[in-house]
Write a protein that binds this ligand. Structure first.
Ligand SMILES: Cc1cc2nc3c(=O)[nH]c(=O)nc-3n(C[C@H](O)[C@H](O)[C@H](O)COP(=O)(O)OP(=O)(O)OC[C@H]3O[C@@H](n4cnc5c(N)ncnc54)[C@H](O)[C@@H]3O)c2cc1C
Length: 461
């Protein structure tokens, strides 16, 4: 660290309850790894915090020494914003403590928790809040960008269930943000990303869920995909909000319930979760089995926490990933032909295109009610390029970019900020949409010098 003296690091260490990891430490290489193996950055110092006071010390250290500051929650962000070259990383991954109050249906959880930490704590009480679909994702990054998953059609975006947050600001102050305290900050945190401070604790509203839910996959060969997707479009338009069905197109993994002859061949999977009485759910999903001749299915009643982990084996850390995303307000004619054309030329066996169905409760708030603005989106369509060998980088990246451009005419306004890659600065304003100007004003109030800038950045007004 060129401009930071050893004695300043020693001073930081002296009151620090967590761990300070430096480039020569054995733990360093593991500590700088994040989910996306495309990201290979070398911070000067990793401050793995144990307490909110540690976070304050880390923020003060970055500000007072004029060095770059990144904040790591779950380390999943595709753009690699959990880490930086040459500055300090405030790593919250040790801070996961939670506290559920089943009477008031509230949970508080620290800023380094994963979705699995949160689900495990709340589902023990038969309660949950809407989160994403890969259990190793960080609660913090997901929430600060909006957050959607299987429960969103019924209970809204994750931010719609946020009650309050404890935040360390760029001045090193600990503030509590809610509808009644620092309400401007609270508004900005609900979709404005990590621009406004380090969130050390979240408080969410909970809802009765399961703990067992009807969920699983119905798989069709790619040859039937167009007809299946057209029927899916009509089906989901009329489905109750308790029911979420997402479409995933990729090569069939060697799952035990699929016949060997389809392994490695193109497929469309309908991924189902019914957040209500499983018997009612069974009746509702029956038509999904008659969209064609399924290659296999694996649907049943299982713990919601198990379903939340169902996709983890396909989304393990350590692969190279390049993703692109569009919001869709409808699945217009012509889109399915395009998707199938691109799935027929997948550049690696792990690549996929998916439609995540939202809508329902996510559409109810006005676009300016929270910083997350995209209340007209009924689907988030992602193209996930994923591979192992750096020699395949260009081929796999080109495929994703090409699909993004070809599918742009089908997209609606905005893009989900949490799926932007590092090279999409031109889409950042688009991601914050009509709320961008207000966000710049709140940024000016809480972070005038843009200390928190390793993110999809909002410039202070
Ligand atoms: C496999 C996979 C599946 C996904 N599925 C979904 C999904 O179903 N639904 C969905 O909504 N999204 C999903 N996402 C996107 C996910 O929401 C984002 O990647 C999100 O940024 C991850 O949060 P994190 O804390 O793990 O990330 P990190 O990389 O740690 O952080 C992301 C950003 O948030 C900031 N940040 C992190 N923690 C804090 C904090 N405590 N205080 C302030 N700022 C902080 C960071 O500085 C960074 O800018 C998925 C991503 C992946 C890779």
């Amino acid at each position: 660290m060129s401009n930071v003296q050893t004695q300043q690091i020693d001073k930081l260490k002296s009151h620090f309850k967590g761990e300070i990891i430096l480039p020569n430490d054995v733990a360093y290489d593991d500590a700088r790894k994040i989910w996306n193996a495309m990201i290979d950055k070398r911070p000067s110092l990793i401050a793995r915090c144990a307490t909110t006071s540690d976070v304050v010390r880390g923020v003060d250290f970055a500000r007072d020494n004029g060095i770059l500051l990144a904040i790591r929650g779950g380390g999943h962000n595709i753009a690699g914003n959990a880490i930086c070259d040459g500055g300090i990383v405030i790593d919250l991954s040790r801070m996961k403590a939670s506290n559920v109050n089943s009477d008031t249906r509230r949970v508080t959880i620290e800023g380094g928790a994963t979705l699995n930490d949160l689900d495990a704590a709340t589902l023990a009480h038969g309660l949950a809040t809407p989160l994403g679909i890969n259990s190793t994702t960080g609660v913090a990054g997901l929430t600060l960008g909006g957050g959607f998953g299987w429960l969103s059609r019924k209970y809204g975006m994750t931010v719609d269930n946020l009650e309050s947050a404890e935040v360390v600001t760029s001045a090193g102050e600990i503030v509590h943000a809610s509808l009644t305290e620092h309400d401007d900050l609270f508004w900005a945190l609900r979709g404005g990303g990590g621009n406004f401070g380090a969130v050390t604790r979240f408080e969410f509203r909970l809802h009765p869920v399961g703990p067992d839910v009807l969920s699983g996959l119905i798989v069709y060969p790619l040859s039937q995909a167009k007809s299946v997707l057209e029927q899916y479009r009509d089906f989901i338009a009329k489905a109750p909000n308790e029911l979420s069905v997402w479409g995933v197109l990729r090569q069939a993994p060697p799952l035990p319930f699929l016949p060997p002859e389809i392994h490695g061949k193109g497929m469309v999977a309908l991924a189902i979760c019914y957040a209500g009485d499983p018997k009612q759910g069974e009746l509702l999903i029956e038509p999904l089995r008659n969209f064609g001749t399924p290659a296999g299915e694996h649907v049943g009643v299982q713990p919601y926490v198990a379903w939340q982990q169902a996709f983890d084996p396909l989304l393990t850390p350590g692969a190279r990933n390049y993703w692109k995303s569009h919001n869709l307000s409808s699945l217009a004619d012509g889109l399915f032909d395009l998707v199938i054309e691109y799935v027929e030329k997948l550049p690696s066996p792990q690549c996929e295109i998916f439609f995540g169905a939202i809508g329902g409760a996510t559409e109810r708030p006005a676009p300016n009610f929270t910083a997350y603005a995209h209340r007209d989106a009924k689907f988030i369509m992602n193209v996930h390029s994923r591979w192992e060998d750096p020699a395949d980088d260009k081929r796999c990246i080109d495929w994703a970019r090409s699909f993004l451009n070809a599918s742009a005419p089908f997209a609606s306004s905005g893009v989900y900020v949490n799926f932007l890659t590092a090279d999409e600065s031109s889409r950042v304003r688009f991601a914050y949409g009509l709320n961008y100007d207000r966000l710049t004003q709140i940024k000016h109030k809480y972070d005038p010098d843009n200390l928190f800038r390793v993110n999809q950045n909002i410039s202070p007004a």
